[in-house]
Design a protein around this ligand. Sequence first.
Ligand code: ACO
Length: 162
Amino acid sequence: LKFVCFGNDGIDQHMIWLIGLKNIFARQLPNMPKEYIVRLVMDRSHKSMMIIKQNQVVGGISYRPYLSQRFGEIAFCAITADEQVKGYGTRLMNHLKQHARDVDGLTHFLTYADNHAVGYFIKQGFTKEIDLEKERWHGYIKDYDGVILMECKIDPKLPYTD
Ligand code: ACO
């Protein structure tokens, strides 16, 4: 099992994994238009943290780091059906937090969580209470109806991975 994080950088193996991840999102998030998923996953301002098992992508999180604002917006998060509830979703989020803090310099994540995924995000340390000052995110991320904005503060020191 390995964890990798990159965006659309034109490297063949990375493109194969990003397409695999896009397909997992399309299947696991059936309410999301497929074109929208492709656009964000392949967008050069987004990056994806992925779990690779036997050279196959089994899940990932695509996010947009707003480096000047020091927060990231999680766009999509999913684990392929036959690998769910094995703890991969938790390990994935921990690797993402570590990377976002140590490589991107982020202090917070925000995400619009689907209703049924709120429980998963709460277990990952997200809250419905937004502590991040509005000036830091207002105008950077869209306001939606019917989805729940959630926040996670990234600990400045905690080792998230072993
Ligand atoms: N509701 C409540 N709790 C949950 C849910 C859920 N939907 N999913 C997992 N959990 C819990 C697990 O029971 C586990 O709890 P425990 O630590 O007490 O045992 C904990 O969260 C973590 O479980 P993992 O095994 O690490 O989670 P998994 O690998 O299954 O990944 C995920 C969770 C990503 C939500 C997966 O179920 C999935 O891909 N679901 C379909 C796609 C989806 O809904 N994605 C999120 C949409 S919102 C967005 O993308 C911004």
